[in-house]
Design a protein around this ligand. Sequence first.
Ligand SMILES: [Ca+2]
Length: 263
Amino acid sequence: MKRAFIFLSVVVLCACSTQPSGEPIEPSKANTEAAKPSNTSEPTYITPPINTNTLFPTDTATPTLEPTSTNTPTITPTATMTPIPTESILYYEDFEDDRVDNWFVYRGNWSLNKEADGNTYWLGTGPNNYPQTWYSLDASTWTDYAFESKVRIVKGGVFICIRANKGSSFYNAYLSSGDGWVIFADFDGKTYNTFGGKSFPIQNNKWHTVRFEVQEDKLRLYIDGELATSATRTSHVKGGVGYYMGGGEEVHFDDLKVYSLSD
Ligand SMILES: [Ca+2]
């Protein structure tokens, strides 16, 4: 584990050194990076979505965010969360050992911080270029699972990713504290498609327990135990987890848990 941590630190340093902070990423470069195969020694990552109009539910982009009947049937919400046996845990991190193990950081500033009661949490921020971090160990066997974590948005919003090949492909759930909006998206390295958008109140500066489930072709997003939105999708079948956010935003994370939902 220590060896992996050191290796990842080196990778992170190398990755950061090739990307001067403050320099915008050209879409063509991002697409090239996205096309890199995942089995090379160099980790795959990109700036996920380039066009912010497809990312953030602005007034002009809102019409495109609504699910359509052709490819984004939204399933009927249910009142209860899927029960998860504790023995199905795949990953857990509370940062109380003052370490962040097995995460690959790409862009932005990610640091451990302590609250007044001594609890340690992870803080992500950065001026631009989508600060992002990805679970770095092999998650190729992760298919049906729940990614639950406590999330506190100080500013902006957060993209929570599942079935991810780091930044190259993933499903995400976007939570916007500014306008109380949640929405799914999938990204295949080239195309970013949103679906399943719903209004849902999200308070700034408050811990929310966010649980993003994927089971077969079903996506379900729970916030503080309440089903915020759900949808069906068949774009991705396996992969790990990650977070990213827009530039200039600040989000806190704690108590990360991944549970298998496989039968
Ligand atoms: Ca903690």
